[in-house]
Design a protein around this ligand. Structure first.
Ligand code: PGA
Length: 253
């Protein structure tokens, strides 16, 4: 069955010292659970990946990047390749996070190239999808999520899909404190799983892990995890506080 998965997205936060301190506190507090009943990953800023990987080397917590570029190397100033991320000890990579889509302007086509390159480079991509508030109000949630998934996964074989985790994050819920209700989240997760089944097959739908993200807190984590199709949580703000993140991990076991 699908193992629960809790990932912390630190976004553009922490510094050299606090990133390592946070990683160590999370490792110490989750020694009994991380890697056993639940997969745990943290996604620090690029420049602290190495230090955080080192701080977590004797733990079962995986490290992920928040983004990557799809080319293997070359004249792409400011970009980071999958092999560089592997080199620093990364296992996962977020692709198409809503802030990359809506603040930086990434397209589904670009995100698809990143997902494919992550897999070819030996990373496990976490493909983020989710609708804007205006899209939900216009009853376009399913349409938007369908487009993001079909284009984001375009050209990927069923075998490659097994490397992918999906994160559903309704944009209105990210960083706002307004979580989707468990019913809304479950409905979207069920829709995504059914769609994966149609795009691939029943087995792929059964196996793929779908995380919920958007204002996850210790107070709502257990209820969200109680939903049938929610396999884990992608946590932003609350992953920066060790105690909160540890409580969320505990709720997911
Ligand atoms: P949040 O962010 O938990 O702060 O809402 C979630 C995310 O952006 O992944």
């Amino acid at each position: 069955m699908r193992k629960p998965f809790v990932a912390g997205n630190w976004k553009m936060n922490t510094n050299g010292q606090t990133s390592v301190q946070l990683a160590k506190r999370i490792a110490a507090g989750s020694a009994e659970t991380a890697g056993h009943g639940v997969t745990v990953a943290v996604c620090p800023p690029f420049v602290y990946l190495q230090a955080v990987t080192k701080a977590l080397s004797s733990s079962s917590i995986a490290v992920g990047a928040q983004d990557m570029y799809f080319e293997p190397d070359g004249a792409f100033t400011g970009e980071i390749s999958s092999s560089m991320l592997k080199d620093t000890g990364c296992t996962y990579c977020l692709c198409g996070h809503s802030e990359r889509r809506h603040v930086i302007g990434e397209t589904d086509e670009l995100i698809n190239k990143k997902v494919a390159a992550a897999i070819s480079g030996g990373l496990l991509p976490i493909l983020c999808v989710g609708e804007l508030l205006s899209e939900r109000q216009a009853s376009k949630t399913n349409e938007v999520v369908t487009r993001q998934l079909k284009q984001g996964l375009a050209g990927l074989s069923a075998e490659k899909l097994s490397a992918v985790t999906i994160a559903y994050e309704p944009v209105r819920a990210i960083g706002t404190g307004v979580t989707a209700t468990p019913e809304q989240a479950q409905e979207a997760h069920d829709f995504i799983r059914t769609l994966v089944g149609r795009m691939y097959d029943g087995r792929a739908a059964e196996e793929i892990r779908i995380l919920y993200g958007g204002s996850v807190k210790p107070g709502n984590a257990a209820e969200l995890m109680g939903c049938k199709d929610i396999d884990g949580l992608l946590v932003g703000g609350a992953s920066l506080k060790a105690d909160d993140f540890l409580a969320i991990i505990q709720a997911a076991v």
